[in-house]
Design a protein around this ligand. Structure first.
Ligand SMILES: [Zn+2]
Length: 850
């Protein structure tokens, strides 16, 4: 089937009037679409889904309308309008009357519900049109290249607020308890960026950023949680106007918190929608991670106002450019806002997550063919966002940040109000840098995977060689090569030497002035490749880990564990390496260490768990003791977060009884005096209590989840319900994911957490097998597929067979290559288990005696 619309009719302007009825969850609409007809025709085809179109007619300026017949093709999501007379080339007005449903699937024009403090239910109507769901809100040419101007009017009951992309220009009472709110014309933009939100919402006072008013909207009673988002929102808007060298393209910015929201947020021009926990927060009661997430998401969406909204990809294969760029810019802005957060170091965690997928045979190139809407959903993944952002960061560092910025400015200037392709960005960057960009970048963007760079001693210097990294491929080399901007730093007698080179062949030798104490490759950490050091070099580097940068230590741990997963380093050697990091002070390095140990925990047999727990306690003890339980005067926000991370890992993965007992004392104190527990420690305490708790804690947490005062509190208690260990409690949590107690936006992620934990994975998998059809119907499509991300934790040959049979028998397709990736992750884990079971058992049994 061809999913692209014919280009014989091109929309220029939509005048839309929509009237949602929140009580019956329906809406009625009228669209007057000004179109250019390119050739004589009798038929117009446009997109429509789940809409009833009552009438369609076309007219020329002042002419008599020609009424057409309407055929809806639900499978193709199209309306075919056939007219009895020929429509000649030129400008026409297409008039449509239609009705639709405010659905519960969190896409298109949909219904979100919430209860107020008194327990009364309320409804909001909101939109989520990306990627291809504007067609559920109004008939349209629902492809990003069909940009048009939108003039929107919303007809709503007088007591409700209505928000769209632009400022209100008219608000007139209709006399029957309703009002018509008309919004200013938008810029020329794509349909997926149109937004309508209607409900009992309240807004903060505006913050003025230059001439642009910025506000946060939320359900009544939550305005006091908007301060943090306003601060980063205002900073980001100002920062991007400076960076891009172009004023904000709209006339206002509204940030709206929607109680039910499938993604994290959506960059509708001027009306950015968020899930509540990505926007609203009580700053004083939030952990660093929770604040960082909000800063990231707000900065990301504001970055899109130019990159994505003002200049848009021509088709969905270019979505990576949109998302990778917004992710890159988000980091740049947050790093400028709070340099003490060291955001580029934490980005190492995201880069490693992308590498975990991109090391699979079932990966895809960043830019990938997208034919149908289902595959488009699959494009919103770590490769698009995180690999994309990583390669842009690598290029920025390679070219020079100021040159890169000039290229971006040139690109936006050339293509504003229009669409562009990846090659257009390379052209602009190349013009700014006076060098061809595709030569360096094509290998990273249009080909799958990434290189493994092997480093060996060579005289006084080193020899580098490259081949593709693959978890399952081991030592095989299919000949794929990249142009790798390598930065190398060596410690020699009189200090450090740095070498920069473009490794574009099989090998390169790098002479050094003298024999080095140690050599670190991928110095600075922004290269999207892994490094394998020959044994003597690894020993020296690991022994000097305190002298290299945190991101370099992070990569050392992350790369080494990947080598162990790929069978290129014995797992026990990796576990030995972790002992070198007991004095580690960086939070991200600890994330790499504890997540690797958690992976090992999923692979080993139950009887070895005690040994792993002892190992975890040994590795973490010194660092946790150094930080203690109470915040100290002179420490940074990152230290405070690290304290929470370490305590959590000790109390859960390490099953540390002393930590568990202390956590109970701390929680009892919290009950008496909430201010007495640090905001970074509290989430850890809750997780620890769940892992070591029983029915009474479960009942309390479930109640606190329901009565939560902030989105963060709600999330902590919700995920704690997935962290208990008793089957009868876990069964209750599973039940909550299908009985409506957990919002459909969150339920798939709770399932993912339950599938990932060694205590609940078996139960959760059985539950998924019986309930997946109900889940597929209830959960938003984009989130439903993500619950299966937990499947690779089902590490045993029996489970693997069962998992494969389940997906095959039920013909489940998750779009793109998603399912193949999950299955291959599982294959990698089972192969690791089969290879390492014996040596790990021997190694871990020695740990118990510590
Ligand atoms: Zn985005």
């Amino acid at each position: 089937m061809d999913y692209r619309l014919p280009t014989t009719v091109v929309p220029r302007r939509y005048d839309l009037r929509l009237e949602p009825d929140l009580a019956t969850a329906t809406f009625a609409g009228e669209a007057v679409i000004t179109v250019d007809v390119e050739t004589t025709l009798t038929e117009i085809v446009l997109n429509a889904a789940e809409l009833q179109i009552q009438s369609a007619s076309v007219a020329r300026n002042g002419g008599v309308p020609i009424h057409g017949s309407i055929t809806l093709d639900e499978a193709a999501e199209r309306a075919r309008l056939v007219f009895p007379a020929a429509i000649a080339p030129g400008e026409w007005r297409l008039m449509l009357r239609f009705t639709g449903v405010l659905n519960d699937r969190l896409h298109g024009f949909y219904r979100s519900t919430y209860k107020d403090a008194a327990g009364q239910p309320h409804t909001i109507a909101a939109t989520q049109f990306e990627a291809t769901d504007a067609r559920r809100g109004f008939p349209c040419w629902d492809e990003p290249a069909f940009k048009a101007v939108f003039g929107v009017t919303l007809v709503v009951p007088e007591h409700l607020a209505a928000v769209s992309n632009t400022a209100v220009v008219r608000d007139e009472p209709l006399g029957n308890g309703r009002k018509a709110i008309a919004f200013a014309d938008t810029i020329r933009m794509s349909t997926y960026l149109v937004a309508f939100v209607v409900g009992e919402l309240e807004a903060t006072d505006p913050v003025m950023v230059g001439r642009t008013p910025l506000k946060v909207w939320c359900v009544p009673g939550k305005k006091q949680l908007a301060r943090f988002a306003l601060a980063i929102g205002a900073f980001a808007l100002d920062f991007f106007e400076g960076y891009y060298g172009l004023p904000y393209p709209g006339d206002k910015v509204d940030l709206l918190a929607i109680p039910d929201f499938a993604a994290g947020a959506m960059e509708n021009l001027g009306a950015i929608t968020f899930r509540e926990n990505a926007l609203l927060v009580d700053e004083a009661a939030a952990s660093h991670s929770e604040l960082e997430r909000i800063a990231d998401v707000v900065a990301h969406e504001v970055a899109h106002m130019w990159f994505g909204d003002l200049v848009t990809m021509t088709w969905w294969n270019g979505i990576w450019l949109n998302e990778a760029f917004a992710t890159f810019m988000e980091l740049l802005a947050v790093d400028a806002w709070k340099p003490e957060w060291k955001r580029w170091v934490t980005f190492g965690v995201s880069r490693a997550a992308a590498m975990a997928i991109d090391g699979l045979e079932a990966t895809r190139p960043i830019e990938f063919e997208v034919r149908n809407p289902h595959d488009c959903v699959a494009m919103f993944d770590l490769l698009t966002y995180e690999k994309g952002a990583s390669t842009l960061r690598m290029l920025e560092q390679h070219l020079d940040p100021a040159v890169f910025r000039d290229g971006v400015r040139l690109y936006l200037e050339r293509h504003r109000f229009a669409n562009a392709e990846t090659t257009d960005l390379w052209k602009a960057l190349g013009d700014a840098a006076r060098q061809p960009i595709p030569a360096v970048m094509d290998g990273w963007i249009f080909k799958p995977g990434y290189p493994l760079v092997t480093v060996e001693p060579d005289g006084t210097g080193v020899k580098l060689s490259q081949r593709r990294f693959s978890y399952l491929g081991g030592e095989t080399d299919a000949g794929q090569r990249w142009r790798i901007p390598v930065v190398l730093r060596a410690s020699v007698k009189h200090g450090y030497v740095e070498r920069r080179l473009l490794l574009d062949g099989d090998t390169a030798t790098v002479p050094l002035p003298a024999k080095a104490d140690w050599v670190v490759v991928n110095s600075g950490g922004s290269g999207f490749y892994r490094v394998r050091y020959a044994s003597p070099l690894l020993k020296k580097l690991a022994g000097s880990a305190g002298k290299i940068a945190p991101i370099e230590r992070f990569n050392l741990v992350s790369d080494s564990f990947a080598l162990a997963q790929a069978g290129l380093m014995p797992a026990t050697e990796f576990l030995d390496l972790t002992a070198r990091f007991r004095a580690e002070t960086d939070r991200n390095v600890w994330t790499a260490l504890t997540s690797s140990l958690a992976y090992v925990n999923r692979v080993i047999a139950d009887e070895q768990r005690g040994g792993l727990e002892a190992l975890v306690r040994h590795r973490l003890a010194d660092a946790a003791e150094r930080l203690g339980w109470e915040p100290q005067e002179d420490e940074t926000e990152l230290d405070r977060q690290l304290r929470g991370d370490l305590l959590r890992a000790l109390g859960t993965l390490g099953n540390d009884e002393a930590v568990q007992s202390r956590a109970r004392t701390v929680y009892a104190r919290y009950r008496e005096d909430e201010g007495s527990v640090d905001a970074n420690v509290l989430p850890a305490v809750i997780a620890i209590l769940a892992a070591s708790g029983e029915e009474s804690e479960y009942a309390e947490f479930r109640d606190r989840f329901k009565r939560a005062r902030t989105p963060q509190e709600e999330q902590r208690y919700l995920y704690a319900l997935a962290g208990f260990r008793q089957p009868e409690l876990l069964r209750q949590t599973l039940e909550m994911t299908v009985n409506g107690e957990v919002r459909s936006q969150d339920a798939p992620f709770v399932i993912r957490a339950l599938l990932t934990s060694v205590d609940s994975r078996g139960l959760a998998w059985d539950f998924v097998k019986t309930h997946w059809q109900a889940m597929a119907q209830q959960y938003p499509e984009s989130a439903y597929r993500r619950m299966y991300e937990g499947v690779p934790a089902l590490v045993s040959p029996e489970w693997e067979r069962d998992v494969r049979a389940f997906f095959a028998d039920n013909k489940i397709d998750l779009g793109g290559r998603t399912l193949q990736q999950y299955l291959e992750h599982l294959r990698v884990a089972v192969a690791f288990q089969q290879r390492e079971a014996e040596p790990l058992a021997a190694y871990l049994s020695r740990q118990k005696s510590r």
